[in-house]
Ligand binder design. Sequence first.
Ligand SMILES: [Zn+2]
Length: 152
Amino acid sequence: MLQHCLDTDGLETGGIVVGNYSQSYEVALIWDVSGPPRDSKSGATWFHRGVQGLQVWLHRLWTKNHYYLGEWHFHPGGRPIPSDTDLRQIKEISDSADYRCPEPVLIIVGGSPTGSWELAVYVSPRNCSLMELRETKGALNTQESRQQKVGR
Ligand SMILES: [Zn+2]
């Protein structure tokens, strides 16, 4: 994500987040992100993610049991706090039958990729407000993440 942020010269950028879920569906495991599809459009404070090439990539990932998990984008020089547009867009995705993703993740990178940057992660469950996910002490010691480590 930081590399994609570096490539934009102060404009917003973003893409989709892919991966899979733990057996209990309580943990989203992010394996990769896309850069901005070629038909994306952006300015200093806005980003419209395009779709070109994503369907082909998602089909390929599907054979590895990796799926669309959500969206990410960059607020150059700003805080990783969702704008009203961000809130509306992620809600549309969780409500959309097309995405088949009732709990999309939203990752926002803020600041400068070469200097001080921060990252915030949100989840937007269908019929709920957006929630920020925060790192908690001991989160990696749950039984599930131990199983994941062993499974790799
Ligand atoms: Zn935003």
